[in-house]
Every structure is written in C-alpha cells, then in structure tokens.
Design a protein around this ligand. Structure first.
Ligand SMILES: Cc1cc2nc3c(=O)[nH]c(=O)nc-3n(C[C@H](O)[C@H](O)[C@H](O)COP(=O)(O)OP(=O)(O)OC[C@H]3O[C@@H](n4cnc5c(N)ncnc54)[C@H](O)[C@@H]3O)c2cc1C
Ligand code: SF4
Length: 504
C-alpha cells in the first residue's frame, strides 16, 4: 500500500515492527524480506511514486521528475564531480543502467582478511547472491538489442583478440529502447519499484511517499521510532507529520544523505568515521567518430564490458548518452558544439570506472548545506590517463576517424601519435571531466567503532534499535557497479533480524 504525502490531509501516528528510510537498492530489499518474513514494515520515501505509464520519452524531462536536484548534485574539489542520484519510490535503481555484478571475490577477501570483517566470507554470500539475482532476474544482455556503440567496441576488441563480454543486467524482456537511466517505460528493468517493492506490498508493507524523514524518536541511547514530514509533489511542506514507533529503524537514504541525517539528529556524531571514507568510482568516456552511422542512442546503452585493465583498477563499460543530455554535458560551446552535435549520429562512446584510492567526506558547510568534499589523488589521475589512452587506441586502431576525450589539454585525437602525447604529457586532477554514479562508504562497516560507523550486524555503534543498510555501509570500493552488493547486504540484514539463515 502507498500513502502519498501529496494527498495526506492529517497527521498520522502508527506502530510497526520496522521502519525503513529510503526505498532504493538497500531500503526496498530489506523491507520486502522483513515483510515476507512476517514483520509489519513501513517505508519512508522522500520522492514520489511514478507509474511506468508516466515515464517520459524526453530524457531531459526525466531529470526533473526522477533525479534529485534535476541531476545537478556535485562534489567540491579537484575536479568537481557530478554525482547524479535518484529521488523516487525505488531510489536510484529507477534511473540506473541495470548492470549487475556480484561483489568481486578479491574484494570479499580484502574485507575478510585486511579489514577484519570475519563474517563477510565468500561462502556466507553465495546463497544471498543467488536469491537477489533470482528476485531481479539477472541475465546476460542480448547482442540483438545492444546499442551499436557497444557492438562496434565488441567487434574491434574481438579483432584484437581482447576479451569482452555482454554485461549481466536485471531485466525481463528488454526491448533496447535505450531509456534505462530515465525510467524504463516497459518495466523490463527490474528496478525496486517493479521487483522488490510490489512483493513487499503483497506482504503488507506500507510506503509513505512524498514524505521526508526528519528526526529519530530517542529514549536514552535507543532509537524507538521516527518523525517525518509530508510534502506536496512539487515540494512544498503540506503541514502534516508522520510519527512511527518501531523497535527497528533502518536508515537506507543513500551514501549522500544517511550520514548527514544522522548528524542532523545528533546521532553517532562522536564516531570519527561518520561521513568519511567516501569513495565514488569516478568514471569518464571517450567519443569516437566513425564514417558509419552509429546512432548510439538506439539500443541498450550499457550492455558490454571488458576487464582487460582490471589489474590496474579500471573496468571498461559501455555507455551512450542521448543527444539532448549529451549537448548539455560535453565541454563544447558555440560553433564547436554545433559541429559536434551534427556529427553525433556518427559517434560511438565507451567508458570506464576506476576503483578509487582517493576518499572524500560528506559534511555540512555554511551556506552550501550538505556537501561532498573529494579530491582525486595522483594514483587515480594515472588510472584516468591509462583508461582514456586505452580506449582512444582501441577506437583509432578500429577505424575511428577521430576520438574526443573529456580531458582538458587533450580534446581530440586523430592519430596514435596524439595518444602518445597523452601517455607522456602532463595531466592534473582538474584536467579531468568525470562523473560518479556509485558513492559508497560514508558510514562504512568496520570491525570496531574506531574503523566503522556500523558493525557487521549493521547496527550503529553505541546505539540500540538503529541500523544502516545502503551504499554508505559498503566497506571499500568494489571496482564494479554496486547495486547487487547493496541488495546482498540488505538481504543479510533482513535475515539476521528474522533470526533466519539463507542456505543453498
Ligand atoms: C545514472 C546512474 C546509473 C547507475 N547505474 C548502475 C548500474 O547499472 N548498476 C549498478 O549496480 N549501480 C548503478 N548505479 C548505482 C546504484 O543505482 C546505486 O548505487 C544504488 O541504487 C544505491 O542504493 P541505496 O539504497 O544506497 O540508495 P538509493 O537507491 O539512492 O536510495 C535512497 C533513497 O532514499 C531517499 N531519501 C533520501 N533522503 C531521504 C529522507 N530524508 N527521507 C526519506 N527518503 C530519503 C532517496 O530519495 C532515495 O530514493 C547507477 C547510478 C546512477 C545515478
Ligand atoms: S533498454 Fe529500454 S526496455 Fe531495456 S531496460 Fe533499458 S529502458 Fe528498459
């Protein structure tokens, strides 16, 4: 059942077994598993519920409806990095690309051996991954519906003898319309609003949308409930409040918001990890012009990948941005922008994300409010140099007439000698135009309160009744897209709360 703050005309007081703040990859999964396990569950979501039929075919319009701050959230630092995130029932999964990776074994081993998180073993996750993948129907992308930007890259890699593979995605009957990041109009993408949440509702969960968490109800060091404000769809407070008493409060508002909400409520403020250890998986792409018409916006934009640079902390993944969004985000203006966009149908793109060793901080600054501070360190700058140079070489060797990069000082390459200039030339953090889609770690899990905000039982150190279960608890960067890891953590928390074990 969904209660919409846009329509609520009175204050509401309720009791539940568990209340979950946020309905994305973390919140929706823990809510559904708890509801299915017999608990009475409430979900509080700041964003609205958008029916499939309401998804627009204008990407620019979707930014206003489904993205927080119309997609203009960004970091402060060198370079400034846009971090888009979702604000809707289903969270960022509504606007993500649908790529699915299990947590890499090397990362699990790192948590287990180096971070002393002894319970996070590969064996303990195996049945959990199976369950998550079944719920969201993880299956391999089909070449027949991939964007040409992906298949041309595949053809070139194959000729070079380099391995690449179709990505695994959470899809059921993907038609390749290319709108994954603007709300899948067919329901093929198994985002939380079409997979986990409907099941949560069948099992009696109640979601309050257009409803913003504001405060915990606290008795000594125990959180016993929450208070939230209803608001109109357009954003104005409607003057009515929601008060829920529950013995379990689970924060899943995302890596950006969870630490700041805790801080605003005066909770865990003494823990020096709160808001720190933030990693982003910064990402960029190159454009490659071919004589052939690519029309990369037709077909699934992110459907192919290669691990050829994995050892260097770089994962290559397909990407294509529709023309109206591209025109806003490429670093060109005037006649140059005009020329670039006229050629856009001939452009292929391919991108990569880096496993970052840089780390940042979520904090509140006067005048700016909640802010992310993050500087790219030298080691990560070098990953960008390697990734861009590699993609540029692949495309030029594969027949591209020109390659355009998002690195200042190296705007376009026509020959391999141009690529060598990048390989040997100066490059600073502020020269890199990148984005980030995977903020993680700002309330990371640690084996003690000295190293983390939550323990491996997801409970906030020093507090009873309060748990965190979203991207913020992931203990280190993954080097791959994180939604399946976050969903696996959420499943783990739910089973722990239900006192059950998932076995194969
Ligand atoms: C464009 C894009 C593409 C991506 N593609 C992929 C991909 O292909 N594969 C992948 O694995 N990952 C991808 N990601 C990342 C992935 O979607 C996120 O890592 C994941 O959804 C994070 O889950 P979460 O539960 O931490 O937060 P979210 O999914 O962001 O959910 C948090 C929710 O909390 C709500 N909230 C915040 N504050 C409050 C408040 N005060 N009160 C109530 N509610 C609140 C928010 O509105 C939001 O709905 C992508 C991200 C983006 C932006
Ligand atoms: S390509 Fe289209 S149908 Fe397929 S998941 Fe993306 S939005 Fe949905």
């Amino acid at each position: 059942m969904i209660v919409d703050g846009d329509e609520v005309g009175n204050d509401i007081d309720e009791h539940f077994d568990a209340v979950v703040i946020g309905s994305g990859a973390g919140g929706a999964v823990v809510a559904k598993e708890l509801a299915e396990g017999g608990m009475r569950v409430a979900i509080i979501e700041d964003g609205a519920y958008h029916k499939l039929s309401s998804h627009t075919d204008l990407p620019y319009e979707a930014l206003g409806r489904l993205y927080r701050d119309k997609g203009f959230t960004t970091t402060l630092g060198k370079p400034a990095i846009p971090i888009p995130m979702g604000r809707a029932l289903g969270g960022t999964t509504v606007i993500n690309s649908g790529t699915c990776f299990r947590t890499p074994k090397s990362v699990l081993a790192h948590w287990n051996n180096d971070l002393d998180l002894k319970s996070l073993t590969e064996e303990s996750f195996s049945a959990i991954f199976d369950r998550v993948e079944k719920e969201i129907n993880v299956s391999e992308a089909d070449f027949s519906v991939m964007s040409r930007a992906n298949t041309i890259f595949h053809e070139i890699l194959t000729k070079k003898g380099v391995a690449g593979h179709p990505l695994k995605r959470n899809i059921r009957g993907c038609e390749g319309c290319g709108f994954c990041c603007y709300g899948c109009p067919t329901g093929a993408k198994q985002s939380m609003d079409v997979s986990y949440l409907p099941k949560a509702f069948i099992h009696g969960a109640k979601a309050y949308v257009n409803c913003t968490f504001e405060q915990f109800i606290i008795e000594n060091n125990r959180v016993t409930g929450i208070q939230a404000n209803f608001h109109r769809y357009a954003g104005a407070n409607n003057g009515h409040t929601l008060r829920i008493k529950a013995p379990r409060v689970i924060m899943a508002a995302g890596t950006f918001h969870t630490p700041q909400l805790l801080r605003d409520c005066g909770v865990a403020v003494e823990n020096r990890n709160l808001g720190r250890n933030l990693t982003l998986h910064p990402a960029t792409k190159v454009f490659a012009r071919f004589d052939e018409e690519i029309r990369g916006w037709e077909g699934t934009p992110q459907a192919y990948y290669s691990e050829v640079l994995k050892d260097q902390g770089i994962t290559l993944e397909g990407i294509f941005v529709p023309p109206d969004i591209a025109a806003m985000t490429v670093p060109f203006v005037g006649r140059r922008l005009n020329e670039f966009m006229r050629e856009y149908k001939h452009m292929a793109t391919f991108g990569f994300l880096i496993s970052d060793s840089s780390s940042g901080r979520v904090m509140k600054l006067p005048l700016l409010g909640t802010t992310v501070l993050y500087n790219l360190n030298k080691a990560d700058v070098e990953k960008f140099r390697k990734g861009v140079a590699y993609l540029a070489r692949v495309f030029l060797e594969g027949g591209a007439t020109k390659v355009y990069t998002l690195l200042h000082g190296y705007p376009e390459f026509s020959t391999l000698a141009d690529v060598e200039r990048l390989e040997n030339g100066p490059l600073k953090a502020e020269d890199i135009d990148c984005m980030a889609f995977h903020p993680l770690g700002s309330c990371r899990m640690g084996s003690t309160a000295e190293t983390g905000v939550v323990g491996d039982d997801f409970r906030v150190y020093g507090w009873e009744g309060l748990y965190i279960c979203d991207g913020s608890v992931i203990p280190s960067p993954l080097g791959v897209n994180p939604q399946v890891t976050i969903m696996a953590f959420a499943t783990r928390l739910a089973y722990q709360m239900l006192g059950k074990r998932l076995t194969q």
